[in-house]
Design a protein. Structure first.
Length: 332
């Protein structure tokens, strides 16, 4: 996504028109982490029936949270607020295949089966796009695009604005205040698509298709801890780049070295130069877990009784400091 491609194009408008009859057909509680994936982190918990996961609220690192069922976590109310039912159905085509794919991973048979490998790559693409990171990026870029387009109308494109205003109103518009009003009027339908969520709906659908195709032929690594275990955050699919001794994350797909996704305490997927099923040392497992915490929007999850709790609470204090600094910078 970039400023030059975030406005409504012809394809966006056509797709919004197609979706108009189902605008109100929405799924209220949408998971940004697939329930089938969360179930891989679930286990029996004290004083609870069924399988539960252990959530950690990074805003309150010392608060002990109750375990929850996979159905009750990793979700956002009206994540996509416009025509989301059909989008959920499309995402569900990937998710319904996940149990058999994870079974194959555990049996060491995933990489020998092209269908299973395709499911796992699609799972990475799904969680990369259906994420709070992607939604926040969309909103930031839209705001930048809107301001740039409005600035253009009032400077280089002022004659275009005046001509459009004359056609719409029959009036000649001059003066900075009048032109600013006309610019906002001209862009009102565009901003309405943004406010209703229609633009986000078509953009996230389009992004999923593009990312899915981009990852379709990438080799896949399945990583297993020699010691320790993985956790999962609420922005679980991370782009990662090695920069000297540092691991950077959340850069654009074209700038990363790999994209990773935890699929259980004992397995992580990674796009790679070649297919491989490989053990990794505890030091690397720990670094991957730290990245999950740093990239999380608010929550991370482990199995109940996981030994990762002290590390999560320690790193989450840095998370709080980083997010406070980020908010101060953004609001400055």
């Amino acid at each position: 996504m970039n400023v030059g491609t975030t406005g409504t194009g012809t394809g966006d408008l056509a797709r919004i028109a197609e979706l108009a009859p189902e605008a109100g057909a929405n799924v209220a509680h949408q998971h940004v982490i697939s329930q089938a994936l969360l179930r891989e982190f679930a286990a029996p918990a004290k004083r609870a029936s069924g399988l539960h996961v252990q959530p950690y609220d990074l805003r309150h690192p010392d608060r002990r949270l109750k375990t929850r069922s996979p159905r009750g976590v990793g979700q956002i109310e009206h994540f996509v607020p416009y025509a989301s039912a059909s989008l959920e159905a499309r995402w569900g085509e990937v998710e319904q295949e996940l149990p058999s794919a994870i079974t194959a991973v555990k049996a060491g048979e995933a990489l020998g089966d092209p269908r299973i490998s395709a499911i796992l790559r699609d799972l990475i693409a799904l969680h990369y796009v259906r994420s709070q990171h992607y939604r926040e990026l969309f909103h930031r870029i839209f705001a930048a695009f809107y301001q740039e387009r409005r600035r253009w109308f009032l400077t280089e494109g002022v004659q275009v604005l005046q001509a459009a205003s004359l056609e719409r109103t029959g009036l000649h518009t001059t003066g900075p205040q009048g032109l600013a009003v006309r610019a906002d009027e001209l862009m009102s339908s565009f901003t309405n698509f943004y406010r209703t969520g229609a633009l986000f709906r078509v953009r996230i659908e389009d992004a999923f298709g593009k990312v899915r195709r981009l990852m379709a032929h990438s080799p896949l690594e399945i990583l297993e801890p020699e010691e320790g275990e993985f956790l999962i955050g609420d922005n679980p699919a991370l782009t990662v780049r090695q920069d000297g001794d540092n691991l950077l994350y959340n850069m654009a797909l074209g700038d990363c070295h790999t994209t990773v996704l935890s699929i259980g305490p004992g397995h992580m997927l990674a796009l790679a130069p070649a297919d491989a099923h490989a053990p990794i040392p505890k030091s690397v497992v720990d670094r991957m877990n730290v990245l999950q915490i740093k990239a999380a929007h608010r929550y991370v999850y482990t199995r109940p009784g996981s030994p990762l709790a002290p590390m999560i609470r320690e790193v989450s204090r840095d998370w709080v400091a980083d997010h406070l600094q980020h908010n101060r910078t953004r609001n400055a």
